[in-house]
Ligand binder design. Structure first.
Ligand SMILES: Nc1ncnc2c1ncn2[C@@H]1O[C@H](COP(=O)(O)OP(=O)(O)OP(=O)(O)O)[C@@H](O)[C@H]1O
Ligand SMILES: [Mg+2]
Length: 460
């Protein structure tokens, strides 16, 4: 890393400028630091070289004829390079009078501007930053591609029930779920509301040896305690007033899988009976003394902390260790933000799309209700939005619940450099830093950075 920073390591820099003196100046400066400099006098020649040679970075002028000063040619060239080489780092050489234009272009990313006449040290920093950024981006893309390949490989071997994810955390979890699916042991799935516990249970079931047998789901949180036992173990006629003979879920799921949701809500008696079925496969219907046998794969889920419940004597420790032979812990959506947009796009009704601002709002929100909340908010937006492009307002997210501050972290050096580059014009520096003007003033005040109304640009 040190090495990379001190040396431009044979990177190819293309300088597109009609002024030969500029070529020479860059050649001297950049080759001193190990870069190779190629020169083009016109946009056309520049584009030709770009098509032919592997170029790492472009430095381009904004005007290419002596009489031209509008910057139009430079803007066109910039867009043309962007169109053909999406990620190419570009440095715009601009006159102070054309700063606005440059700032606009730079906003698109992977680009920066340097005012003429430039300061060598600052130019080198800019070159290095852009090259580092390009490296970071291609690394990120490589990791994304790797993950996609891993995901596809998993999906080829296993039935993933259409689960959508991109994060490493989910990949590990889904891979584990598929690998333990065929074992004949209970699985405990933990995680907050709406995070995807049931989806994961479906994956375990779909890849188990008993996938073609019964798969029943019981929500223990939705039933009053008296009814849970009847539901799980069944009743004999006359077991209590008005009771009819009824098959319980353990009987009905025999040979298959039983998903016990909200296991933390099971009463003490229910826990004792469940433990017995797990240990011996035996149970009785309510009101019956006939012992029945069943063989059921149990997948239990809970959003409560069972370890805590054990300490408080609300959950049996022996039952816990029976259930959690394999524990799958689903990460809250707010802690796997890479999954937010893939899921959001998945939930969009066809024909709808998200504006870039809406996408940003989605990735910033902390999603206390996890995937279910995201699903609801996208569905609602599709129903209510008159436009096919869903904007931030249509998402109806609570404004107060952004987990990350809107303002990026910037340090003193970044601010000072931005101010210097912007010739002390706060609005420009703020824009470059991605801050509001007020936010920049606040930072400057806090850090004790002073600015004269218009500092003279420093040249060397
Ligand atoms: N990774 C995912 N890909 C696609 N859909 C998902 C994913 N995760 C969750 N969902 C969907 O989000 C909703 C909530 O998921 P699920 O019911 O599995 O959550 P849960 O953890 O069981 O929630 P609860 O604790 O409230 O029961 C469901 O409609 C489910 O289909
Ligand atoms: Mg659930």
């Amino acid at each position: 890393m040190r090495e990379r920073r001190s040396n431009l390591g044979n990177r190819a820099v293309l300088v597109i400028d009609d002024n030969e003196a500029v070529h020479t100046a860059f050649d001297v400066l950049l080759s001193l630091h190990g870069a190779r400099v190629l020169a083009a006098a016109t946009p056309e020649i520049g584009l030709e070289i770009l098509a032919r040679e592997p170029i790492d970075l472009v430095i381009q002028d904004m005007n290419f004829r002596r009489e031209a000063a509008s910057g139009e040619e430079g803007i066109r060239l910039f867009h043309e390079i962007r169109r053909r080489h999406e990620d190419m780092p570009i440095i715009l050489l601009t006159a102070w009078t054309h700063l606005e234009t440059a700032v606009e272009l730079v906003k698109a990313g992977a680009a920066d501007y340097v005012a003429k006449p430039w300061d060598d040290a600052r130019l080198l920093t800019t070159v290095r930053n852009l090259l580092d950024l390009k490296f970071a981006r291609s690394e990120a893309r490589r990791i994304r591609d790797e993950r996609r390949d891993a995901r596809e490989a998993l999906a080829e071997t296993f039935d993933l029930r259409g689960i959508v994810y991109e994060s490493e955390a989910m990949h590990t979890l889904v891979a584990t779920a598929t690998h333990v699916a065929h074992a004949d042991v209970p699985v405990l799935i933990t995680g907050p509301n709406g995070a995807g516990k049931e989806v994961l249970s479906d994956i375990v079931q779909a890849n188990s040896l008993v996938r073609d047998h019964a798969y029943l789901k019981v929500n223990l949180g939705a039933l009053p305690a008296e009814l849970i036992e009847a539901e799980l173990f069944g009743t004999e006629a006359g077991a209590f007033t008005g009771a009819r003979a009824r098959t319980g879920r353990f009987e009905a799921a025999d040979g298959g899988t039983l998903f016990l949701d909200e296991i933390g809500n099971l009463s003490g008696i229910g826990q004792a009976k469940l433990l017995r079925v797990l240990q011996t496969g035996e149970f009785e219907r309510l009101g019956s003394s006939v012992t029945r046998r069943t063989r059921v794969r149990i997948i239990a889920a809970t959003n409560s902390n069972l370890r805590q419940a054990i300490r408080e004597n609300r959950f049996r420790e022996d039952l816990f260790y029976r259930l959690n032979v394999i524990e799958l812990e689903v990460t809250p959506l707010g802690e796997r933000r890479e999954d937010i947009l893939p899921l959001a796009r998945f939930f969009l009704q066809s024909g709808f799309e998200l504006t870039p601002e809406a996408e940003r709002a989605l990735t910033r929100y902390h999603w206390p209700g996890n995937v279910r909340e995201l699903q609801n908010s996208i569905r609602r937006a599709c129903l209510l939005s008159r436009e096919h492009a869903i904007d931030t307002a249509a998402l109806g997210l609570p404004a107060t619940h952004y987990s990350q501050p809107d303002e990026p972290a910037v340090d003193r050096q970044a601010i000072e450099q931005a101010l210097d580059r912007a010739n002390g014009v706060i609005a420009h520096a703020a824009r470059e830093l991605g801050l509001s003007r007020q936010a920049l003033y606040r930072r400057m005040e806090k850090l004790g950075i002073k600015t004269e109304a218009a500092r003279p640009p420093s040249h060397s």
